[in-house]
Design a protein around this ligand. Structure first.
Ligand code: ADP
Ligand code: MG
Length: 678
């Protein structure tokens, strides 16, 4: 079997099943073996309830000693039951799985995998996985890969296909030259493919992962170099003159621009009027005020008679920007419209017509903006907000639409200079490194578990003042459904602690965009007091009344990401607070987190993050959300990025050309290389 063979060549994948694979981009055997696990589950010996350690995954066995029952807590169906193994009992709780009440039988034997916690009413396991004897003994002492799945595809079936593919795959020649493999000390390709899916140990998995991280950076940088060959500044035929309207907008603001904003605006303005095509990255911490720069640039563009587009990664953010711009441009005689995927077909068609006929000057939207049906009328400026969030597939070439238009990309990811130079090549970079004065600095604290109750009382006090709170749970990339489990079991726990009149809601990455919108909308409008969320809230959301953020298991996050997260509070003149709750109180962990307490400067924090990172953190939580890389993380894998950079630099132009021709299709970033870098 070869990498380019269709997946239907794999035993067990027929016409029907193949559709499920294709839905997640797996069309060939090569695509399949490059579908890297999100993590691994370890199946250890069965342990008695009495001796089982708390708060970590364990396997217990026993008989169901109580008839399963279903009850509703705040609109959610909870199934409870009880397991007894002779040494003790555990109360079992499942969330939103009412069918379990019928399928579980009293007196029957079960093997369960989950975490035990202790509550007032004894030991408890929330959302345990129910295993058959056969399943358990097949997995015992193995590292089971956990994959991203889609409807109709189970982890088990994917694992089987994977084993078959790897067993029958003809060895392929490594596309990375042997001397580079040696110099960079990475695994050969075929070995890495085997070990990443079926490792004998976590160390082996980490080594294999290193090779895939290397490949992502290596091919990315290869493509950058390939496309940049002989790049020169390109002249634009569009003429821009100064527009007094921009000064009028600045003077109409309820605040004064910061020095940094003024500097960046003048850089952008002179770019736009320079006669050459602008290609600029604006980096600025969350809350540093990038949006107004975008608004000014779009106004200047519109007043010179050209269309402009602002593309953002989520519908929530698009709507927020749209409402904001409509207000901002009142009395400026520019038409702003919104275009998102969830709009009705009729509404979309209407907008397409408005865009084509230039009835609208500024279009704000999600990647709906780059659909084929959208035909712009003289698009002069494109701005991409939160560029790091644009997925590999969404990154079609929007500037194609504009025929040599100006481009600004805005990012809230503070990247240390050394890395920015590698990743952004010849792009011009503007930095907003100053915060609006009016803001009170966020008050931070790093605390251990003993402060939990105090923290909850504090949150209650803030809510009673009319404020709102975020609680962030980490996405533990460990088990199939743990992201859900985590926020869901936290919800149950918190519901029991908080008074009944406090409204709690949850938000996580597995929700549909429309569901996420609804949840955010309720929180924004004050119908929800506490929002329990995974890191999906990270992107640009603005809820001024949110004054507290509590981050659970802060030790699992990177500093750069924690800093991004806390940017969600402190967005008004109210005093805001951030509580970093850690489950690991060792000195070095506390010291690392204390950096957040000492500084509010994203660039400084990102630098410290690189310095203080402990080794062996290979499957840690991804920090940057940089969508160009699926496995690699620019912070966690910064060393690898530098290695790949010098490897690519050492190649001749002929080498570059040759390697691009033979590298796996998936890694050929022809369509996915960020267009701004071309
Ligand atoms: P980000 O850089 O994260 O995109 P925003 O542009 O959303 O930040 O700005 C955050 C908030 O700060 C907005 O409510 C905006 O109106 C406000 N803001 C922007 N610039 C200033 C300023 N110079 N002084 C006071 N408030 C400002
Ligand atoms: Mg923003």
């Amino acid at each position: 079997m070869e990498l380019n063979d269709d997946i239907r060549n794999i035993k067990g994948i027929g016409e029907k099943t193949s559709v499920n694979y294709r839905r997640i981009g797996i069309n060939t055997v090569g695509d399949l073996v490059m579908h890297i696990p999100r993590g691994y589950e370890e199946y250890k010996e069965i342990i008695s309830v009495k001796n089982a350690p708390l708060d970590c995954n364990v396997i217990v066995e026993g008989v169901l000693s109580k008839r399963p029952s279903v009850k509703s807590i705040r609109n959610r169906k909870i199934v409870s039951a009880q397991l007894n193994d002779g040494s003790g009992t555990i109360n079992l709780v499942w969330f939103n799985m009412p069918f379990l009440a019928n399928s579980l039988r009293v007196g029957a034997y079960y093997i369960l995998r989950g975490k035990i916690t202790v509550k007032n009413d004894g030991k408890r396991m929330v959302h345990p996985k129910v295993l058959t004897k056969e399943e358990y003994y097949n997995r015992l002492h193995k590292l089971i890969p956990i994959y991203s799945l889609t409807e109709g595809l189970t982890n088990n079936s994917l694992m089987k296909s994977m084993a078959y593919a790897i067993e029958n795959l003809k060895p392929v020649k490594d596309y990375v030259p042997a001397h580079i493999i040696k110099e960079c000390n990475v695994m050969p390709f075929m070995q890495a493919v085997k070990k990443i899916h079926f490792p004998n140990s976590r160390e082996e998995a980490a080594e294999a992962r290193k090779r895939f991280v290397f490949d992502e950076f290596f091919t990315f940088l290869l493509m950058l170099r390939y496309y940049k060959k002989g790049s020169v500044r390109i002249k634009t035929k569009r003429v821009y003159t100064h527009s007094e309207e921009c000064n009028r907008l600045i003077n109409s603001l309820p605040y004064k621009l910061t020095g940094a904003q003024k500097k960046v605006w003048s850089e952008v303005m002179s770019d736009i009027k320079s006669g050459y095509i602008m290609n600029r990255l604006i980096q600025g911490d969350v809350g540093s005020g990038k949006t107004i720069i975008a608004a000014l640039a779009l106004l200047l563009n519109a007043k010179n008679g050209y269309q402009g587009a602002l593309m953002v990664p989520t519908e929530v953010l698009a709507k927020q920007h749209y409402e904001n711009f409509v207000k901002l441009f009142e009395g400026f005689d520019v038409n702003v419209t919104l275009l998102t995927g969830s709009m009705s077909a009729l509404a979309k068609r209407n907008e397409y017509e408005n865009i084509r006929s230039h009835k609208t000057d500024i279009i704000i939207g999600t990647h709906a903006l780059i659909q084929e049906k959208v035909i712009y009328d003289d698009l002069g400026l494109v701005i991409i907000d939160e560029q790091h969030r644009f997925g590999v597939n969404q990154r079609k070439n929007i500037s194609d639409k504009g025929n040599d238009c100006h481009t600004i990309v805005m990012s809230a990811t503070p990247i240390p200079r050394t890395l920015a130079i590698i990743l952004y090549g010849d792009m011009d970079i503007s930095i907003i490194n100053e915060r609006p004065e009016a803001r009170l600095p966020i008050l931070n604290c790093v605390v251990g578990q003993s402060y939990r109750n105090t923290a909850y009382s504090f949150i209650l006090k803030e809510i009673n003042k009319g404020n709102r709170a975020y609680i962030i749970c980490p996405m533990i990339e460990e088990s199939e459904s743990s992201e859900l489990e985590n926020v869901n079991s936290y919800y149950i726990k918190l519901s029991e602690i908080m008074p009944d009149n406090i409204n709690i809601d949850i938000l996580h990455g597995k929700m549909k965009p429309s569901e996420k919108n609804e949840v955010m909308e309720r929180f924004k409008n004050g119908l929800t007091d506490i929002l329990i969320s995974t890191t999906v809230i990270e992107v640009g959301i603005d809820v001024p009344e949110a004054t507290v953020m509590m981050v659970e298991n802060a030790e699992r996050f990177g500093l750069a990401q924690l800093h991004q997260l806390r940017g969600r509070v402190g967005r008004s003149d109210r005093q805001s607070y951030c509580i970093f709750m850690t489950a690991d109180e060792r000195k070095e962990v506390m010291q690392r987190l204390e950096v957040l307490n000492k500084s509010n400067d994203g660039f400084y924090i990102a630098d410290q993050d690189l310095k203080l990172r402990g080794p062996g953190d290979m499957f840690g939580v991804r920090q940057s959300g940089e969508a160009y890389f699926e496995i690699a993380d620019i912070y966690n894998d910064a060393d690898m990025l530098k290695l790949a950079d010098s490897a690519v630099k050492s190649l001749s132009d002929e080498d570059v050309q040759r390697i691009i021709e033979i590298c796996p299709k998936k890694n050929r970033y022809t369509e996915t290389v960020p267009f701004f870098a071309l």
